[in-house]
Design a protein around this ligand. Structure first.
Ligand code: IMP
Ligand code: MG
Length: 177
């Protein structure tokens, strides 16, 4: 298996510099009792680097995971968000930073935010690695953002195409063969 049909959009060094800057911004602006809620699966690589960047910048955040799914096996979102694995902690009264890979229609992040607010979280912020503003359906923006991109399907650094390419160290675009 090669990645010969994938063009590099953001290389590992560019990603790492951006993530370090996000970590500093989050540590500066968010409370020290922050709970980071990672939306699986797509953001696990980003989240692993981000929590180390936050720690490195002086905030020792707690981490929990939730699995939401809106894509089937293809490159178009199904439109409905399903919760397939819930958090292990009660979030009432907590300051939360939701971490996800891509903000597209906004359905996933809106669903996560609304779920946490309904459970009486004190504050809910969002940190997204990528934003595709052209695809927005719900009016929601990231509080912290890595990079804005056009309407292209990307893989790598945790992002998949039908479960493949999550391990690529860069973010790339699948090119038509
Ligand atoms: P939204 O709910 O439409 O905002 O879509 C967000 C979710 O769709 C993200 O959490 C990703 O898992 C997935 N997604 C959107 N665009 C891409 C892409 O280009 N590559 C891989 N996954 C994507
Ligand atoms: Mg996802």
């Amino acid at each position: 298996m090669t990645d010969e049909n994938i063009g590099v959009l953001f290389d590992a060094e560019t990603i790492s510099e951006r993530v370090a800057a996000l970590g500093r911004e989050i540590a500066r602006n968010e409370p020290s009792d922050l709970l980071v809620v990672v939306i699986l699966k797509g953001s696990f690589v980003f989240a692993a680097d981000l929590i180390r960047a936050i720690e490195n910048a002086g905030t020792s955040a707690r981490v929990d995971f939730i699995t939401l799914s809106s894509y089937g096996a293809g490159t178009e979102s199904s439109g409905t968000v399903t919760l397939t694995h819930d958090l292990s902690e009660d979030v009432e009264g907590q300051s939360i930073l939701i971490v996800d890979d891509i903000l597209e229609s906004g359905r996933t992040i809106a669903f996560a935010r609304d779920t946490l607010l309904a459970r009486k979280a004190r504050d809910v912020k969002t940190c997204l690695l990528l934003d595709k503003p052209e695809k927005r359906v719900i009016d929601i923006e990231a509080d912290y953002l890595g990079f804005e991109i056009g309407d292209r399907f990307v893989v790598g650094y945790g992002l998949d195409l039908a479960s493949r390419y999550r391990g690529l160290p860069y973010i790339g675009v699948v090119q038509p063969v």
